[in-house]
Design a protein around this ligand. Structure first.
Ligand code: MFK
Length: 565
């Protein structure tokens, strides 16, 4: 018998997603679920059917950049692949940006939107990148209240008509680096009654967008983030020509190969100030917080896809005399992946719920502090999970997972960007500390964990709830203790522990949310699977702060330097 295997297949990705469906049953009023369910089913059918087939057949195509036409004109035309063209149409038609701004279902409109994104993302090779930025730009324009720009762009950004809709870029990263944005070198100069931008943007995702929000330093402004200002740019003029923008090249990246990420030179690009001519990093923060939420949703839905494919394969692949789905060790591996995916889902959708409440203006002050803290935590926690799950999932296919024409390696490549863009794990751990340092976000988080786990009546869930509370308490105490140590020593210790603190808060909160859902599922669905997910997730480790090294130990090990006696 030769090495012939049956490939994995996907069914309707809404029907098959127990976690999503159970969550929506708990969270949404039944009339709302009945109203949106036809669209979720249709998206689920596409995601597991024709869109998935198109994704597989589109695998080797990549965006192209044509810099010159035959007659010597600089044109810098980027063409995206058929999968992305189809994804753009579907994104508008299914309201992936329109739904939360129409706000038909009040605070739950964000849950509606991100349930759609959860189904859409894994079959569209990261078309969610321009969508995330489009959502972020919409939110940012609305937050700053610049009526002329709102009138010009928001209706297009949120349009459900694919022929009318715009997407937006978010041009932040320069040659000086992506994390320390305050170093940006792009200059804004006045030209009569408008601004013109001069500089190089080193990473600009999805450069085919009709507009972008970007940062530049108005001439004469001081250095640092405070001296930057937030600008609105339309990429093309009324004749369709790029507005003094040159596309130098497309980036040759490890993953997100369908995303046309470019290096741009702006040489007098007309721009409009979105807000005050200073405090640019603060001004763009609403955009960052939206794209970070998208990142978490996409991390979670990518995990769900990896699990779905691995499950399908396990039922078909026979080795050592039986399907993998009958092998205890293989099942143990898949159970671990499913647990991570479920806990990541509940963590992410908690942030989604709070975002919806913020926009419906129904957040309490405690929830406001919680949302600010949760956004970086959710992004960094799920980004790390997504890489581990993708790596383990492709391993579960053996050699087939390492072979390009199965389509499986893309799972890992596209997961690997999630802990990097929109703030690396370390930058977001520091942002977590920034959020902790303001207001009483930690108390809000600990109180919420207390409330969530107090719903657990099942003895196993109650024990898991105590574990979650102990971990979150430990992280909160650790952060507070460092803050109280005088001098620079406490802050240095805090910074060294920042990732452990953030991940312990993230995993602890994810466990509490899964426990709460599991109790509901036991009560209303008589389904123990979320309980099993909570228990398995806990076994992977929640409290990462035990036995944290000292600063001197870290230095010795990291730099291979002698340890001071
Ligand atoms: C599949 C999903 C797709 C996802 C979309 C993908 C698109 C990819 C495109 C990109 O990758 S774009 C590049 C993304 N870049 C980043 O995320 C930057 C990462 N670096 C940071 O986040 C740094 O922390 C930061 C640039 C914000 C540091 O800049 P500064 O100027 O040193 O900030 P500073 O002084 O700490 O903060 C300035 C103000 O902003 C402060 O407020 P005040 O002025 O009132 O004191 C901060 O509190 C506020 N701020 C910073 N981050 C905030 C925030 N406020 C709210 N939320 C935040 N996240």
């Amino acid at each position: 018998m030769g090495f012939h295997q049956t490939p994995p297949s996907l069914g309707n990705q809404y029907h098959d997603d127990r976690v999503l469906r159970s969550y929506l049953r708990r969270t949404l009023p039944s009339e709302m679920l009945a109203e949106i369910e036809a669209e979720l089913e249709a998206l689920g059918a596409l995601a597991g059917g024709s869109l998935y087939e198109l994704q597989l057949s589109d695998r080797t195509r990549e965006p192209t950049l044509t810099q010159w036409d035959a007659w010597g004109h600089r044109i810098d035309r980027i063409e995206v692949t058929p999968l992305w063209q189809r994804a753009a149409t579907l994104a508008s038609e299914y309201g992936l940006i329109g739904v939360p701004y129409a706000r038909k279902h009040g605070a739950l409109s964000r849950v509606d939107q991100f349930a759609r994104v959860h189904l859409f993302h894994p079959s569209t090779d990261v078309y969610t990148c321009p969508l995330a930025m489009t959502d972020g730009a919409t939110k940012t324009l609305l937050a700053h209240g610049n009526e002329a720009l709102i009138a010009r762009a928001v209706e297009r950004l949120t349009s459900r008509d694919p022929h009318h809709a715009w997407t937006s870029g978010q041009w932040m990263t320069e040659r000086t680096g992506g994390s320390d944005v305050g170093l940006s070198e792009t200059v804004a100069r006045r030209d009569g009654d408008q601004w013109r931008l001069y500089g190089t943007k080193w990473f600009t995702s999805a450069t085919t967008s009709q507009m972008a929000l970007t940062l530049a330093r108005p001439e004469g402004n001081p250095a640092g983030g405070r001296g930057l200002a937030l600008f609105f740019v339309e990429t093309r003029d009324a004749q369709g020509r790029l507005q003094n923008i040159q596309v130098n090249r497309l980036k040759d990246k490890l993953g997100t190969r369908k995303v046309p990420t470019a290096e741009l030179t702006l040489d007098g690009t007309p721009a409009v100030a979105v807000a005050a001519l200073q405090d640019g990093t603060r001004a763009i923060a609403p955009m960052l917080n939206i794209t970070r939420t998208w990142n978490a949703v996409c991390a979670t839905s990518g995990m769900r896809r990896a699990v779905a494919l691995a499950r399908s394969f396990a039922a078909r692949r026979v080795a050592f005399g039986a399907p993998l789905s009958e092998k205890p060790l293989h099942l143990d591996t898949l159970a671990g992946l499913a647990a991570e995916a479920e806990a990541g889902f509940h963590l992410t959708f908690r942030a989604v719920e709070l975002l919806g409440k913020e926009e419906a203006k129904t957040l309490t002050p405690q929830e406001e502090a919680l949302l600010r803290l949760l956004t970086p935590i959710v992004k960094l926690t799920t980004g790390k999970m997504a890489v581990q799950v993708a790596s383990e999932a492709i391993e579960s296919f053996g050699g087939a997972g390492y072979v390009e024409d199965t389509g499986l390696p893309t799972l890992l490549r596209d997961a690997q960007v999630l802990p990097i863009w929109e703030g690396t794990t370390n930058v977001l751990s520091l942002d977590t500390l920034r959020a902790i340092g303001r207001g009483d976000a930690l108390t809000a988080l600990v109180d919420d964990v207390n409330a969530l786990v107090s719903t657990a009546r099942d003895p196993r869930l109650a024990a898991l709830g105590r574990l979650s509370l102990a971990a979150v308490d430990h992280a909160a105490d650790s952060a507070r203790t460092h803050f109280t140590i005088p001098g620079g020593e406490g802050l240095a210790m805090l910074e060294a522990d920042a990732r452990r603190i953030a991940l312990t808060l993230g995993r602890g909160y994810a466990l509490a949310l899964t426990v709460r859902h599991a109790q509901w599922s036991l009560d209303h669905e008589h389904d123990p699977r979320s309980t099993l997910a909570a228990a398995r997730f806990a076994r992977h480790g929640i409290d990462l702060l035990d036995l944290a090294p000292s600063l001197d130990e870290n230095r010795a090990l990291a730099l291979d330097a002698p340890l001071a006696p």
